[in-house]
Write a protein that binds this ligand. Structure first.
Ligand code: 5GP
Length: 191
């Protein structure tokens, strides 16, 4: 189903103000990022670390383009709760199962906003002895950055708007939309 068809069919259509990135644009970018990863990590010991829950969709699509042997693990960090502004605090909700020691780690993230989550995670991974650590993020909001982080593999820069879809939620909803969209203000008021 194309993005526009999904948009028409979903009962959430009325919540959406506009589609920022279509399903087609996202899938094309995911394939491009995967091609770069395939080249850069050929013959290396690659561990993809997905940041739950937002990166679940991105990681699933990305890894299916990666034909070389690799492992995956997930970490869940909290910095937002059910609000659209960051608290500035980062804590581990679910830790990695894997020891990262000696692994070439690529952190797979949905969006880098202030940069605090990635800054915290990168420090943790280096402290735990990862061989190398790079960030692969689908989205970045450069105008919101508080901590300088290098995104080695970036999908798209987005403006300072709160986005949902393709893994990203508002109050746990909208993660399953195949595109990235901006909600109407009224949608923030529904339970
Ligand atoms: P940071 O630590 O970079 O400020 O925040 C990163 C996290 O904030 C992301 O993983 C994501 O969960 C959340 N976040 C930041 N901006 C947005 C947004 O526009 N939409 C949604 N749904 N989450 C966001």
């Amino acid at each position: 189903m194309s993005s526009s068809a999904a948009y028409r069919d979903t009962s959430w259509a009325s919540d959406i103000d506009h589609v920022l990135l279509s399903e087609e644009e996202i899938q094309e970018k995911v394939a491009e990022l995967a091609a770069r990863l395939r080249e850069d990590y050929a013959g290396r010991q690659l561990l993809l670390v997905g940041v739950l829950k937002g990166a679940a969709v991105f990681l699933s699509d990305l890894m299916r383009h990666l034909s070389m042997p690799l492992c995956i693990d997930f970490v869940q960090l909290r910095s937002y709760g059910h609000a659209t502004i960051s608290s500035g605090q980062v804590e581990i909700v679910k830790d990695l199962e894997w020891s990262v020691e000696g692994w070439d780690v690529v952190v797979v993230e949905d969006i880098v906003d202030t940069g605090r989550t990635q800054d915290y995670l990168l420090r943790q991974l280096h402290m735990r002895g990862a061989g190398s650590v790079r960030i692969c993020a689908l989205l970045s909001k450069p105008s919101r950055r508080k901590v300088d982080v290098t995104i080695d593999y970036l999908g798209f820069d987005v403006p300072n708007v709160f986005v949902v879809g393709y893994g990203l939620d508002f109050a746990e909803r909208y993660r399953n939309l195949p595109f990235v969209a901006v909600l109407r203000p009224e949608a923030y008021k529904t339970p």
